[in-house]
Each structure stands twice: as structure tokens, then as C-alpha cells.
Design a protein around this ligand. Structure first.
Ligand SMILES: NC(=O)c1ccc[n+]([C@@H]2O[C@H](COP(=O)([O-])OP(=O)(O)OC[C@H]3O[C@@H](n4cnc5c(N)ncnc54)[C@H](O)[C@@H]3O)[C@@H](O)[C@H]2O)c1
Length: 306
């Protein structure tokens, strides 16, 4: 893919990582943020990541921090925002961005769950807009969901699919703009039942996590549920669903058990207790375990394609 001029708006956890991936792929990237300290530290954070992963450190030279939004997006072929998860903030931001970019600049939001249609409805040229949902950390998790709205043009969609594939990501085309897209719908369908199992006293929280991690979680990275259904047979899957589906949680609202945890200030890592208790040592052990796991998987991916 030809070199593109990319602007990343928001230099937080996701924004600096997205800028890193595009710079490593050879594109020129501007990055902007309202908070000076976040913008000022972006290149140092990118450099530390590149170092840690053994990636080309020269890539950071292609990332230019620019404080002014208009200047950051003015020459861009592609703008992606990763600011806070707030609908009115994102709507206002895209209205501003549209004033400063050319007519063909493609605009993307990295929202986690807000419908792209709502974010982009106020744009003058809605055909140039779409969603690109990355996963954290952007430079370790391969998948990016590319979300089309009813207005997104084929040219916009093709550009985004090609841009992400050429940058070494695995783009997944989401053909309808539904809340949670694909990944978070699947993830939270599982979490809903996980909470219900604890709520109903069927097991404790640690057991839920162990059953996933030590049983079907072991296979999930290489065997998706529909491949698995085909492997065991759709007839067996149908029989299982007839027995199990009437019994598993299908409530259309968050569980009262979860509501109670939040009300009691049991917020997880940030308060030391959520479903389970978390000392600061346990928290850093788990964080580091996840990071090591993702780094190992990326190294395996790289080895298998080289
Ligand atoms: N953290 C995740 O795991 C994850 C995963 C996928 C998607 N997302 C989504 O990505 C977006 C960013 O999440 P994050 O975790 O990087 O948040 P973050 O808080 O780490 O970073 C957000 C950044 O945006 C900046 N900002 C706020 N308003 C701005 C504005 N008007 N202009 C420029 N900069 C502005 C903030 O100063 C901050 O540096 C959110 O929509 C989030 O839902 C997050």
C-alpha cells in the first residue's frame, strides 16, 4: 500500500499504540491531544514499546506530535480518533475535524461500543466515515473490526480494509453497525453468563475463570465456536442448545449482582476488590502474565509468517 498521511486524535492508551502501528508500517503520522503531558510523552511511550518488542526504533521518527487539531489533520488522508468514550465529545470532534480536512479524507472512530452511525450522523460527507475498533494493546492484538454504516462508501471501506491489512493487522468487516460490533457482543455474552453462574451460587468467581482458562479457553485462540460446532457436528450442537439455552441467562439488563458490587464500591483492581480480591502484587502479576502471553503469541505469528 502507498504511504499515507495519517492523523491520530487522542494520545492515550489506544491512540499512541495505533500511531505506533501505522508508523511501523511506513506511514507518516501526526498525533494530537488536548492534554499537553499526554501529547509530550507519546513519542517516548512509542519508543519504549518499539524497544521492548524489538521493532524498528526509527519508526518513532515518523510520528509528529502536533498540539493544534487543525494543523494535525489538515493534510491527512486518514484520521482516526481515540479520545474518551463519550458520544457528544466524539460528535463535536468530528464536526471540528470535517472543517479542516479535504473532501476525500477518510474519518474513523475507535469507539468501543457506541454505534458509528450516531457518532457520524452530523457529518456533511457521511460516506467517508466508518468505525475501526482496535483491541488493547494495538501493537499486540492482531484484530481490528472495520465497521460500515449505511452511508459508508465501498471506496472508504476498501481503503480501511487495505490500510489495516497492509499494517499487519487482521481486519474484520462488520457489515452492520450494531452496538458492541462483533467482538464485544461475543465477549459480553460470555461475561453475562459468567456473572449469572456466581450470582446463582453455582460456583465462585475463581472457578468460573478457571473453567474458561483451563478448558475451552485453551482452544479458543485456535478454534472458534463455529469451527468447533462443525467439528463436533451441528446436530450435536442443536441437541445441546435445546437443553442448555432455556436455562442460561438471557436478561436484557445488567445483573443485579454486578449492580450491587458497583454500589458497594467493589470496583475491581482500582478498589482492591470486585468479583475477587486484588492486592497490588496480584494485580501486577496478572497484568504481566497477560502481556507476556500476548507478546509470545505475536512472536509466534511473526515466526509462522516469516
Ligand atoms: N482501552 C481499551 O482497551 C480500548 C479498546 C478499544 C477501544 N477503546 C476506545 O478507544 C478510545 C480511547 O480509549 P483509551 O483507553 O485510549 O483512553 P485514554 O483515556 O487512555 O485516552 C484518551 C485520550 O484522549 C484525549 N482527549 C480527550 N478529549 C480530546 C479531544 N477533544 N481532542 C484530543 N484529545 C482528547 C485525552 O487527553 C486522552 O489522552 C475510547 O473511545 C475507548 O472506548 C479503548
Amino acid at each position: 500500500m502507498a504511504k499515507a498521511r495519517i492523523a491520530v486524535v487522542g494520545a492515550g492508551l489506544m491512540g499512541h499504540g495505533i500511531a505506533q502501528v501505522f508508523a511501523l508500517a511506513g506511514h507518516d503520522v501526526t498525533i494530537t491531544d488536548l492534554v499537553k503531558s499526554n501529547l509530550d510523552s507519546a513519542r517516548a511511550r512509542i519508543l519504549a514499546n518499539l524497544n521492548d518488542l524489538g521493532d524498528d526504533q526509527q519508526a518513532v521518527e515518523r510520528v509528529a506530535p502536533v498540539a493544534d487539531l487543525a494543523a494535525a489533520v489538515r493534510d491527512a488522508d486518514y484520521v482516526v480518533e481515540a479520545v474518551l468514550e463519550d458520544l457528544s465529545l466524539k460528535q463535536k470532534l468530528f464536526a471540528d475535524i470535517e472543517k479542516h480536512v479535504g473532501p476525500n479524507t477518510i474519518l474513523a472512530s475507535n469507539t468501543s461500543v457506541i454505534p458509528i452511525t450516531k457518532i457520524m450522523e452530523g457529518l456533511a460527507r457521511r460516506e467517508r466515515a466508518l468505525g475501526t475498533h482496535w483491541w488493547n494493546p494495538p501493537f499486540l492484538v492482531p484484530l481490528v473490526e472495520i465497521i460500515e454504516t449505511e452511508w459508508t462508501s465501498p471506496k472508504t471501506l476498501n481503503f480501511a480494509m487495505t490500510l489495516h491489512a497492509a499494517a499487519g493487522k487482521m481486519p474484520a468487516h462488520v457489515k452492520k453497525d450494531v452496538p458492541g460490533f462483533i467482538g464485544n457482543r461475543l465477549q459480553h455474552a460470555l461475561w453475562r453468563e459468567a456473572v449469572a453462574l456466581v450470582e446463582q451460587g453455582i460456583c465462585d468467581a475463581e472457578t468460573v475463570d478457571n473453567v474458561i482458562k483451563a478448558a475451552f479457553g485453551r482452544r479458543l485462540a485456535v478454534l472458534g465456536p463455529l469451527e468447533n460446532a462443525d467439528m463436533v457436528g451441528t446436530d450435536l450442537t442443536l441437541a445441546i442448545h435445546k437443553t442448555v439455552l432455556p436455562d442460561i441467562d438471557s436478561r436484557r439488563a445488567p445483573s443485579p449482582y454486578l449492580e450491587k458490587l458497583v454500589k458497594e464500591g467493589k470496583l475491581g483492581f482500582k478498589s482492591g476488590e470486585g468479583f475477587r480480591k486484588w492486592s497490588s502484587e496480584k494485580q501486577s502479576q496478572l497484568r504481566s502474565k497477560v502481556l507476556q502471553h500476548l507478546k509470545k503469541a505475536r512472536a509466534e505469528d511473526t515466526n509462522s509468517t516469516s
